[in-house]
Design a protein around this ligand. Structure first.
Ligand code: AMP
Length: 459
């Protein structure tokens, strides 16, 4: 009984499911869809990749009345990246229901265009809590008709400090609504939120089957605080250091560690919560396209990161609590490919290691680290370099146009060109480091889509 046809879904939704090629429900869908479709509140433990988006997407579309022009479903997500993904997924599921209007409302984007598109309430809003709250406060969005509220990746939203905004939003929408809460982890705060905002919820937990669980090798290293910079540089010198995420507990340390790595010849970048959206985007682009090898981040900042399955994750400081530790190490490893998660721990930080050990129920894998004598600076350059083009979607620029300009007139091989990211007013293209000057020169001399745009190297 795992086919979608066993569910009381509208034919239009069953048709979308078929088009998308979903033959069977995932475990989270099997358990959460029946109570959700029956109108119950649900709290579900679900990770990215579990099929959670389709679960709540189908449920909210089932109860949607497209003929009534009012906001009926609100999905809150921790980051713009996730809100974009969720919007896309719901649009696909809604493809066979005529006239469904969905709007994505996120912070970090100008308010003006959002206000302009809000002359009529959409049926569905997917957004980040701060911005949705602002629209409800301003009266540019009306919550009185909301039937379904989804809190997606609720644990990350709390980590990012959205708790108050969420409470405020709930105070501004229809009293009687269904609340669907999805969260990878269920720390006490999440249970608290569920108690506060849900009524008699059905709890859904699903264990990932062993073969799908990523293989993660953990190593714990005890050392003095003063040895951490040397230890980190040494750990990052291996092959896995070509794409590594380093966690610090404090924002100020993020910058210091990134600078220290940079000084030692690694191409490291820092990511923390209070960076401008554009700087954040650039750092994420450069890390994802391999023009930076090491990303140093706080937990909060890294939660917005969509890059999963990195070969190496290092906790420069051991996490304050076991849940955060679990989140961190979950960034590495993927089915069939072992990831390495290394935790540095000073003698003073030992009690935190004990907490992690207590939760895991097994002795921690401590290993010694012999620090090699400090070598002269060895450059660990990233394999790619990023070029920025001052034009984007607004100029109708598409990845294919950039690829065309580089492989055509500029004469580069497709192999030398990496990831291309096109934003509203800007585009980024990764080029093999050695060929970046040539690509830059050619792009400047030639045209993209018949036009001259400003192009410059990043970093
Ligand atoms: P999510 O956990 O929502 O991020 O979804 C992970 C991926 O699984 C997405 O690419 C979905 O399109 C896909 N997916 C969701 N439900 C199913 C299903 N029942 N069968 C196959 N793929 C699915």
């Amino acid at each position: 009984m795992t086919a979608f046809t066993t569910l009381p879904l509208k034919p239009a939704l069953l048709a979308s499911v078929e088009t998308l090629g979903y033959d069977e429900m995932t475990p989270v869908q099997q358990q959460s869809l029946p109570p959700m479709l029956a109108g119950r509140d649900v709290i579900a433990q679900a990770q990215t990749g579990s099929g959670k988006t389709a679960a709540f997407g189908l449920s909210l579309l089932q109860s949607l009345d497209a003929d009534t022009i009012r906001l009926q479903a609100l999905v809150l997500c921790p980051t713009r990246e996730l809100a974009d993904q969720v919007s896309k997924a719901i649009r696909k599921l809604a493809a066979n229901i005529p006239n469904v209007k969905l709007l994505t409302l996120c912070g970090g984007m100008p308010l003006g265009p959002q206000l302009a598109s809000l002359t009529h309430d959409p049926h569905i809003v997917v957004g980040t809590p701060g911005r949705v709250q602002e629209h409800l406060k301003r009266g540019s969005l009306h919550g009185g008709g909301i039937r379904v509220l989804v809190l997606d990746e609720a644990d990350r939203m709390l980590d990012m400090g959205f708790s108050e905004a969420i409470d405020d939003i709930i105070g501004r929408i229809a009293k009687h609504h269904q609340t669907l809460l999805f969260s990878a982890t269920w720390p006490d705060e999440i249970r608290g939120v569920s108690k506060r905002v849900q009524k008699d919820p059905v709890a859904v937990t699903v264990d990932a089957p062993a073969e799908e669980r990523p293989a993660i090798e953990q190593q714990f290293i005890e050392l003095e605080q003063t040895s951490k910079p040397d230890a980190l540089a040494q750990l990052l010198s291996g092959e896995k250091g070509q794409h590594a995420l380093v966690f610090c507990n404090m924002r100020k340390d993020v910058d210091a560690v990134a600078q220290e790595l940079d000084r030692r010849g690694h191409s490291a970048l820092a990511l923390h919560g209070d960076m401008e959206q554009r700087d954040r985007d650039e750092v994420l682009v450069r890390f994802a396209n391999h023009s930076c090898t090491v990303l140093v981040a706080t937990d909060v900042a890294a939660r917005g990161l969509d890059i999963v399955a990195l070969p190496l994750v290092v906790s420069y400081d051991i996490a304050h609590d076991p849940e955060t530790h679990t989140h961190r190490i979950g960034r590495t490893g993927r089915a069939g490919q072992t990831g390495l998660a290394i935790t540095l721990c000073t003698p003073r930080e030992r009690p935190k290691a004990a907490n992690i050990e207590a939760l895991s129920g097994a002795p921690l894998p401590w290993r010694p680290l012999k620090l090699a004598p400090t070598r002269s600076k060895t450059l660990q350059l990233a394999p790619m370099k990023t070029l920025v083009i001052d034009a984007g979607r607004q100029d109708k620029l598409r990845p294919g146009d950039i690829l065309g300009a580089l492989t055509g007139d500029a004469g580069l091989a497709a192999n030398d060109i990496g990831k291309i990211d096109v934003f509203a007013t800007r585009a980024y293209v990764a080029i093999s480091r050695a060929l970046a000057p040539k690509a830059l020169e050619r792009l400047r001399a030639g045209k993209i889509k018949g036009r001259n745009f400003r192009v410059r190297p990043l970093g």
